[in-house]
Ligand binder design. Sequence first.
Ligand SMILES: [Zn+2]
Length: 283
Amino acid sequence: MTILLRKDAATPAPVAWDYIAQCPPNVHRIPAFNDNYLWMIADPMGAQCWVVDPGDAVPLIEASEALRLRMRGVLLTHHHNDHQGGVDDLIAHASQAGAKLDIYGPVDERIHPGATRVGDADWVDLGFAACQVIAVPGHTRSHIAYHFPAHALLFCGDTLFAAGCGRLFEGSPQQMLGSLARLARLPQCTRIFCAHEYTLANLRFAAAAYPGHTAIADRLAEAETARAGEHPTVPSTLAAELQTNPFLIGLVEQSVGLPMIEDSALRVARFAELRAWKNTFRA
Ligand SMILES: [Zn+2]
């Protein structure tokens, strides 16, 4: 089966993966807690950075100091503590240097009070790049994603995971499906930066949901190799997700391998059934 991945000519990879994409040189993956990834986006000159979903300030401050980057701002996707719990400490750290952080987040009273509220289709200017907000309710009612169209990057928090999707804490299956469908229609080369290393468990579920699906089996084998070597499986690409994410297969026209389910009520029912099964699935 053809693997639809754009290889990064500029970034030499120690291992060439089929489903795992390279980070661009200016995007840094900062592990935190058990399985979170905090993302740091540096400007091309390597002087400033923005962070996405700072659940913990300590590893971000350490990374920014090691990389000699001055922190300029914060993008928040949703209110959960492992995504914004480090904001106060980052503000305090910046103020020690006489700096102020620009913080953006969704319209929700549970979001840090220092955040400028942004909603669907709003643009956030980082100075060296701009991203557009996409409303993706489902995991929480106000969850947003940040899309950098000029760079084909998507920071989607706990909505779309590598080979999976977030739990429906506050939204309906129909809402989450609508959110995933919007993300699924972005350019296939878009690199997907989710907030957790859940890929292996997600693929074990995908293999149970789609037994005999060659691409899912291939991606599972690759993820097993990667994780055995303690290599991250994130970011992925939208092309990889359309091919092997059980929550996207059959959802949009671009899905690979199986036809799109035409009837929308059937799509919602299928999604609700899959998501409920995933909640109780143990590999
Ligand atoms: Zn969450």
